[in-house]
Design a protein around this ligand. Sequence first.
Ligand code: PLP
Length: 421
Amino acid sequence: MNSEELFKISKNIIPGGVNSPVRAFEPYPFFVKEAKGSHIVDIDGNDYIDYCLAYGPILLGHSDDDVMKDVYEQMQRGTAYGAPTENEVKLAEEVIDRVPCAEMVRFVNSGTEATMAAIRLARGFTGKSKIVKFEGAYHGAHDYVLVKSGSGAACLPDSAGIPVETTQNTLSVPFNNVDALTKLIEDEGEDIACVIVEPVMGNIGCVEPTVKFLKFLREITEENGIVLIFDEVITGFRVSRGGAQSYYGVKPDLVTFAKVLGGGFPIGAYAGKKEIMSLIAPNGPVYQAGTFSGNPISIQAGLSTLKKLDYPFYGEMSQKGDFLRESISDILEDLKLELQGVGLSSMFQIYFNEEPVIDYETAKRSDAKRFLVYFRELLKNGVFIPPSQFECNFISGAHTDDDLIKTSEAIEQALKVAWKI
Ligand code: PLP
């Protein structure tokens, strides 16, 4: 069976034919046979250099030999216990050693679970109800944060099935906007439990914060007794050893992780100041639990992965990222295209947009339709990126110089086709 045939069957028995919406693209997504290192192979026999990397978790490359060996060994010893293990303690120690704000860690199963628990914890700690997120930020698929629109005012749900009352305590402001945030906190600060932020907005493409904005965010939340949560589900252990908070030198109160932390297996975690984390059950009154939390397979994969993420890994990742970003910049100049090549460390994207992208509003003005032409042309030339202008592209440690050179050539070709040059 090929991908087209499988999709026909799948559409009838799995909603949209996929198990997460972003995976669907026209006319049908390819179905995966296997993936190794920087490459992913579909059941139709096509081999792609992969910059989707499962939307971020795969930092060492697919199916890393060392991680797999440790995981196989763990599998012989059992796959779930419902009782603690030494490896959970070791992984918590690794997180605390790397991440500036982490004094205590609780493992969960996904990024969604992590942000849901961190928000509940912030509310439990402060005794306040309102939360602030930034327009366009994605913090998982749970009810309190599934809102994109609305400025200052209470946000409306972004999905059917979420009661309006559920999101009336969720406020939003534009990213990178000191004035809007100041006004919101002046007006509503007394009722705000937390501000949750993706320090790099990875769900509208790739938008970096200004350092001034992040520092201001830290100051104003501290002054107003508001818990600052960095959602580092994408940036954690990816942009630097200690994530975005180390990269930009700004320390939040709480942080959420998932993706890279599980070394390719499902995981999530939230961490932060002991004073706040101590309120979690069974220590304190903020309830949170999970059958598979601290799952020994995911924990082993995370531990084996983090061991490999040390000097000189992050320097090498930045070099790979710089190579692609510089190539993109040269290509755009040669083709006389005024588009925005963006990114940091092992994250990159091209905005089909003539103006700099600093927030959701500016991101939305990108030519998302033309981007899909670019995406399809890349795919034709053996390069797989997420099928959306509003996702980020990722590089892994397994990407070779040869991969990166081939990718630059494919990008040039795809831009020419998309812009009819
Ligand atoms: N937070 C951010 C910043 C994310 O990018 C995502 C997922 O892409 C999530 C939270 C939710 O994580 P998960 O898909 O593991 O539930």
